[in-house]
Design a protein around this ligand. Structure first.
Ligand code: BEZ
Length: 241
């Protein structure tokens, strides 16, 4: 076995997992230098990668993220982008987007969140954004949700050809914040205002209680109980006024 070869592959595949602390790095960005994740302590951050500047799917995604930046900020969440291009390419691309590109009714879009230059692939490799089966030198479309304690809470990967679904990215953020705030879980396709799931019964006694009538809970069976959670209550707790 050639261990040296394996080591090279390992550096490509290293990736944080859900529940890990976000790997640390210092980087140059279109908004100045950042120290990650310490600059974002106390806030949620979505760290996302894209394959390359001056490409159409990436352009559509950047315009959409920029359009939604304020909406994410209201949910205490900052955006940070990354590709393995250099700073001047990033700057030129963002200027072109603002000056020339129209997409989905968006025009004159200014990207104000930081875009990391990562020519060395140092950050992309730390976060498992280079997936050689898809592309050896471009990052896939990764989305890391990192919470105010710098813990990785969710990860979504998309291949190069597939633009991300921003409704889902926002929904996932709000759902995780709702779980934290109200100590509940959220079922399939949950959105604020929908019923939430309460934690499973941890004893036979609690399982029995769950099955007896309750004003608050709706139980399909002892392990599947939901309750109402008012949409305005959720949004008032989560969104900044
Ligand atoms: C794009 O963003 O359009 C793109 C980038 C890399 C491969 C395929 C599409």
């Amino acid at each position: 076995m050639n261990t040296n070869e394996n080591h090279v592959e390992d550096t490509h595949f290293a990736m944080p997992r859900i529940g890990d602390k976000a790997p640390e790095f210092k980087a140059v960005t279109t908004q100045g230098d950042i120290n990650f994740p310490s600059d974002y302590k106390g806030e949620w951050v979505i760290l996302f990668s894209h394959p390359a500047d001056f490409t159409p799917v990436c352009t559509s995604e950047f315009m959409t993220f920029a359009h939604l930046e304020e909406k994410f900020a209201q949910a205490n969440c900052k955006l940070v982008g990354l590709s393995v291009d250099g700073l001047y390419s990033h700057i030129a691309w963002l200027r072109t987007i603002k000056d020339k590109i129209k997409f989905n009714g968006m025009d004159n879009v200014e990207v104000k969140f930081p875009l990391i230059e990562d020519i060395t692939m140092n950050v992309a490799k730390k976060y498992g954004m280079i997936q050689p089966g898809e592309h050896k030198t471009q990052a896939v479309r990764a989305v890391f949700f990192i919470d105010p304690e710098s813990t990785v809470r969710a990860i979504i990967y998309y291949p190069l050809s597939l633009g991300r679904n921003f409704d889902e990215i926002y929904r996932a953020l709000i759902a995780m914040q709702t779980s934290d705030k109200f100590n509940v879980a959220t079922p399939a396709d949950w959105n604020p205002g929908d019923d939430v799931i309460i934690s499973p019964a941890g004893s036979c006694g609690v399982a029995e209680e769950r099955m007896s009538s309750s004003d608050e809970l709706e139980c399909e069976d002892w392990f599947f109980c939901t309750k109402k959670l008012d949409r305005d209550l959720v949004l008032n707790e989560i969104l900044k006024k």
